[in-house]
Structures are given as C-alpha cells and as structure tokens.
Design a protein around this ligand. Structure first.
Ligand code: FRU
Length: 507
C-alpha cells in the first residue's frame, strides 16, 4: 500500500520538510543568508526514486515554515549534481561577484554521465548565484578539483580563521577508502591538498557527506574543540545508513581525533556500540550543518531515511523527508567530549497556542495505563519515567492497526523502539525492526522528549544526550498512548503531550 498525500493532507509530515512531489535525499548547501535559512537537497525532478540528481531548494525564516522553490541546479547531459555545500563569498575572493552583488558559491560533486569524457570519475565543481540563491550559473572552468577518482565526493566548504591566517577549507571523502580528504583555497577555484583522516571507528560501509566545525567545550569559548562528522553506509549501529562523529583538534591543516576507539572487541556488535553516533536509529543519514547560522549556533539537518529501503518507502507523490533541524553542542560526559543534540526550534508554536495535556504521576504495577492523550498523529511528548524495580517500562503509541513500542530495559541499560507492528512495514524486508540505543538511567529515571510525526519518531533522551530516529508509515494518525511496566513497578513521573499545528512546506 502506498500512502498518497497531497500538500495539505493530514497524513503528510507536519513537523518535517518534504518536497511537494518528487524524490529527495541528502540536505545540501545549508546556509543562513540575508535572514533566510536555505535548504538545498538532492532531488529527482522527474520521479520518486533516486536518479537525475539535481539540487532542489527551500527557504525558511525560522527553520520550521519552509517554502519550496524551483529546482536550483539541474542535472544536464554531462553530469548529475551530487551533494555539496554553499558559502557566502563576501570578499568576492572568487571574482565571480560584481560590485553590487556578492556571490553565494555552491561547491558540488559532478557525477559524470556515461556520455561524458570524464565518465567514471567524480570531481568537485562550482556554481554561483548573484540573487541570494534564486538562480545559479555553473562556472565555466569546472571541475575545479579532481583526483581522477570514481568516489571523490560531498565537499563541505567553510571559512577557516586561524591565529594569523584565514582561508577556505574543504572536507570531502574518498568514499570507498573511508577517508576524509582536506583541502584549502584562497579563491574557491584553486585547491591545495592539506591532509586526510581515516579510516577510523566505523568502516562497515562507504564514508559520505563529511563536515568539520568548531564548538566550545561545556559552553566555554576558551576551550574550543573541533567535531568531524562522517556518514556511513551501510554499517550503522542498527543496520544500514548512519552518521558517526569524532572530537579533536584542527590546526588548519590536520584533524586529530581524541575519541577514536581501539578496535579490539571480538564481537562486532559490541564494537559498534562503543563509537560516537550522531543518532542510533535507522533513519538519520547524510547529516550536515549550516554555514553562517546566527549567534554561532551549529545546526544540523539529516535525511530521515536509510539506503537499505529508501526507494521503497510507501509515500506518494513525495518520497524522502528531512529531520528536524538540531542544534549541537559539546559537553563533558563520563570524562569525554560528547555531542548534545536538541531540536533547534524547541517547542515554539508561533502560529497558535499549543494544546498541552499534563498527566502524572501514574503508578504502573505490572499493569497498563492508557492515557486519553488526544494525540493527532503529530506533536511533542515529554516523559519522565521512574524505573523503580521493573524489568521493562515503556509505552505504546497506537492508531488503527498500528503500534509503535518504546521502552527501557534498565538491567541492560538500553532503550528500544519497536516498529515491527507499525503498519505499513512490508514494503521492504529490512524495514521492520527493533532498534536499540544505550540509555543509562539517571537517579533511577529516564527523561525523554518524543517528536511524533506522521512518518517518523525522533527521540531525544536526557535532554539530547542520546537520539534515536526511525521512520514509520501508519495509514491513519496515531492517537493514543499507553504506558506499561513488566516484572515490577514503575512510575510515570510526568507526561506532557503537546499537539502541534506547525506547518512545513508553506501550509
Ligand atoms: C549520500 C550520497 C552522496 C552523494 C549523493 C547522491 O546519500 O550517496 O554520497 O553525493 O547521495 O545522491
């Protein structure tokens, strides 16, 4: 069954960006410019499966109301336009602007078609816009950087400022080698090789869509560290696509990780548990951050999908959805740097007052308790569970014929999301799953914020210390919440449900 939704349908994601009618994958060219957040993305203008890769485009003043625009950079006879990034060239270092208009510069991967004389290689190319990202021209001397390699892609460019120097830096991947390659440039057109990083930590699939950015440790600008994020497909902690990160130092030439793990476990599953994952779910891939976000915030968006089954997900005429924008910060946890992720637009609902319902405490004594939560398939659920002596405590989110189960097993220190009974699941054999994340309790409690949408659940545990994101495809809205405890008792200290009227896509 395919769930067909028009732009205003109540079953189309309400909190998450979708294109009106086409296939989309990776977020590209994320930049805040002249008061607008720009979200470009891999798009197939002619269909709902991967192909004809071009850059689609949407803008938002606030990260939750998005307006979709015409295709920004279309594929042509020579090349497909793979993932990349955008910088604002405010000094016109590229010479591609003119006095009145400073250029936005897109650096993307040219994936050459069989008819091209460069067929079989991927190289980096430029396009520029003199009208704030509305229209784009390709640079005539493309490509600007080639290694004559078949898998050199996904350039993320940013302005690096050291103690006495400033220049453009590009991180890209040699995907099959599991290597991040780092280059520098004065003018965005000529690039000099600096160094490479990897393979390291998870290497069970190709490395794609890297990013590199500084963040203060524990909010202290005197203790800056650098974060290198790398997406990996397959090889994630619950199977298929996922993103991992490293924390360390970047001196303008070389990235040095201080969080690489020794590869000495005999159990590959256990080895994967040790790595630092951006998200533990099955549907958080190709995550990259915005350039030039206001107030030095570091905000990331991922494609909420998994290459294992992405082309089969049962939606139409759209296919592919973006995660919520997440603000990331660095904090010390267990004596090491850890990425904290929180939705960048918290629980704001500027359009109208959210309808919130608060319940609790509720004692669960090897019993179930259904809340008349009045969910309407999309909203925010804030929960504090006091585990006490129960072996498993959790809740079910249900709608007609559909059930998602989210629970904690304190003895194992894990959280799980079971979507095996979340109709529709049979569109691909790898889709039905029970996905797990480490989730130690704190003071015997587990705190979580659930962003429920018609086609996804994003879980933020302990205020963003652990996240788990899974797509779901129920064919009618999920409306009820039922708590349960097994093998002992537990208490729901509090449960606040907030329906949301957020609209994406200009609705
Ligand atoms: C990641 C990716 C990128 C590539 C793009 C092609 O999902 O495979 O490496 O640039 O998608 O659409």
């Amino acid at each position: 069954m395919t769930i067909t939704t028009d732009k205003r349908s109540t079953l189309r994601p309400a909190l998450h960006f979708t294109a009106e009618k086409m296939w989309i994958n990776d977020p590209n060219g994320l930049i805040h410019h002249n008061g607008q957040y720009h979200l470009f993305y891999q798009a197939n203008p002619y269909g709902t499966t991967w192909g004809n890769m071009s850059w689609g485009h949407a803008t938002s003043p606030d990260l939750h109301n998005w307006t979709e625009h015409p295709i920004a950079i279309p594929c042509d006879d020579e090349e497909e336009i793979y993932s990349g990034s955008i910088v604002f060239d405010d000094t016109n270092s590229s010479g591609l602007g003119d006095n009145d208009a400073k250029p936005l510069i897109a650096i993307y991967t040219s994936a050459y078609k069989p008819s091209s004389k460069r067929s079989g290689t991927q190289a980096q190319s430029l396009a520029y816009s003199l009208d704030d990202g509305t229209t784009w021209k390709k640079y005539t001397n493309n490509p600007i950087l080639t290694r004559h390699s078949a898998h050199f892609r996904d350039p993320k460019v940013f302005r690096y400022t050291g103690t006495d120097d400033t220049y453009w830096v590009m991180v890209a991947v040699e995907a099959e080698q599991r290597e991040v390659v780092i280059y520098k440039s004065e003018d965005l057109k000529h690039w000099e090789y600096l160094s490479n990083f990897g393979p390291a930590n998870a290497t069970g699939g190709v490395w794609e869509c890297p990013d590199l950015f500084p963040l203060p440790m524990d909010g202290d600008p005197g203790r800056m560290k650098w974060v290198l994020t790398v997406n990996l497909n397959p090889g994630g902690p619950n199977g298929g696509s996922a993103g991992q990160y490293f924390v360390g130092h970047f001196d303008g030439v070389t990235f040095t990780s201080e969080t690489t793990e020794a590869d000495d476990s005999t159990d590959p599953g256990q080895q994967l548990q040790r790595y630092d994952w951006l998200d533990w779910g099955r549907d958080y891939y190709a995550a990259v951050s915005f350039n030039d976000a206001p107030d030095k915030r570091r905000i990331m968006i991922a494609w909420m999908n998994n290459w294992d089954y992405a082309e089969a997900v049962p939606t139409a005429p759209w296919r592919g959805q973006m995660s919520l924008p997440r603000e990331v910060t660095l904090a010390t946890r267990n004596g090491r740097p850890h990425l904290i992720q929180r939705p960048a637009v918290s629980d704001l609902n500027p359009a109208s007052e959210p309808s919130a319902a608060k319940e609790g405490p509720i004692v669960l004594d090897s019993s179930e308790c259904q809340l008349r939560a009045g969910l309407q398939g999309a909203g925010i659920i804030d929960i504090v569970l006091h585990i006490q002596d129960s072996g498993e405590v959790g809740f079910r989110i249900q709608g007609p014929g559909s059930e998602i189960r989210i629970g904690v097993r304190p003895a194992e220190g894990i959280l799980f999301l079971d979507r095996t009974a979340a109709r529709n699941t049979n569109f691909h054999p790898t889709f039905p799953s029970i996905d797990r994340a480490p989730a130690p309790t704190k003071d015997g409690r587990l705190q979580m914020r659930v962003y429920l949408d018609h086609n996804s659940i994003e879980l933020f545990i302990h205020d963003g210390e652990i996240t788990l994101t899974d797509a779901i495809f129920p064919d009618s809205p999920l409306t009820s919440l039922t708590f349960y405890a097994l093998d002992g008792s537990a208490t729901v200290d509090s449960c606040i449900t907030t329906d949301t009227t957020w609209g994406t896509n200009g609705t």
